[in-house]
Every structure is written in C-alpha cells, then in structure tokens.
Design a protein around this ligand. Sequence first.
Ligand code: AMP
Ligand code: ZN
Length: 104
Amino acid sequence: MDDCIFCKIIKKEIPGTIRHEDEHCLAFDDIHPKSRIHILLVPKKHIATIADLEEGDELVIGHLVKIAKELAKKFECKGYQLVFNVGKEAGQIVFHVHLHLLGN
Ligand code: AMP
Ligand code: ZN
C-alpha cells in the first residue's frame, strides 16, 4: 500500500525506532507514547483492520501477541495492556493492523 505510513516504516522509507523485526512482523515505538513503554507491532502484510482479517491471518496476529509478550519482558514491564483499535469509531487512525503494547 503506497500511501500507508506503517508500510513505509516496514520498507524503511520513513524512520522508526525499531524494537523487533522478523519475516512476519515489525515492532517500533509509538511517536506519541501513552505509557513508559508504548510499542506498535504490525504484520508485514498490509491488512487494514482486524475486521478485514482473512483465513490464515490469525497466525500472524498470534505471532504479534507472542512478540509483544517477549518485548514486555525485555523492557521489564510490571504490567501491560495489549490493544487493537478496530475502526475509526474506536479511535483507529492508522489503517494497517497494529497491536499497541502499553507497559509500565
Ligand atoms: P490507532 O489510533 O490505534 O490507529 O493508533 C495509531 C498510532 O500510531 C498512534 O498511537 C500514533 O501515535 C501512532 N503513529 C502514527 N504515526 C506514527 C509514526 N510515523 N511512527 C510511530 N507511530 C506512529
Ligand atoms: Zn500498510
């Protein structure tokens, strides 16, 4: 998706503070952190929202949760929230699936 900001971060066309990368996902700091640790985990495949998941996409969503758990441990979060905003009515502003890791 040419006009997708997270696809551009994945392709390294715009900078991000990258915390994890593998063949399926990228994790980088949110530019407007809402807690001590605020990392966004995105699938490398462009999927607009959780509502648009197709058969098989659940594997990468599970993978995001696994990586979020590992990053929470690495950054010594005492507790954390994992959040998907789905749809503009729920506050989604970037239409490329992302998991917020909000840790304290
Ligand atoms: P959401 O409201 O769930 O769509 O969250 C989108 C998040 O992306 C917000 O928390 C923004 O601060 C964050 N964001 C937007 N642009 C960037 C960027 N270029 N790099 C990192 N985070 C971004
Ligand atoms: Zn995208």
